[in-house]
Design a binder for this molecule. Sequence first.
Ligand code: ADP
Length: 226
Amino acid sequence: MSEKKAITIKDLTVYYGQTPALNSICLNVEEKEYLGIIGPNGGGKSTFLKAILGLIPTIQGEISIFGKSFKENRGTIGYVPQFTLFDRKFPITVLEAVLMGRMKKGLSPFFKYKSEDKQIARELLNKVGLSSLENRQISALSGGEFQKMLIARALAINPKLLFLDEPTASVDAKSRDQIFSLLEELNKDMAIVLVTHDLMAISSQVKTLACLNKTMIYHGEPELNE
Ligand code: ADP
């Protein structure tokens, strides 16, 4: 068994201008951990994911992913951002949206996907239960279908670590159950970090829980109390 943690964070501090968003956060995430992150709105949950992904600058602290920097691990983290950040009217099909997850940095404008990419994208659509919708425009998906498509897209790089920012926020009850079953299955192969307000996720899904309100208030068993 590898000794490497999926994530090691020491003393992470993030400011937006003069305003602190995260203050001196320390956290370890194990290789097959399924971590739920809860906290009040504005508590810094999304900021925390973005900082680990290198999407925003940090003031101080160290973040290592499988013992290395994020840059050396770019291909190992899948990210499902908040639903609301997407332009759902963008004119592409479900298959094309998942294929975008296969795109590498620094591509030429004449880039063409290989047939292997299409095969992988189709396998992922099958995995999330959207095979029959591959040619549908993303604007014509329900909330639950859209979210599953985003998960397939995040899986397109075959990640060892998957971040999801409130994946059940805009979905119906059936899709929510399907998403949780899928995450349980995925957790056999990868660590999952799930930002959520969903009480069911906290009580019956995640293996560990962290509570974030600018500082790390709690990290341990998924118990809900004051
Ligand atoms: P959460 O995900 O827990 O709701 P966020 O990480 O989105 O919290 O936000 C944490 C704090 O940082 C909030 O006060 C929010 O207003 C602020 N914030 C988030 N993004 C930005 C930004 N791009 N510029 C300035 N302030 C921001």
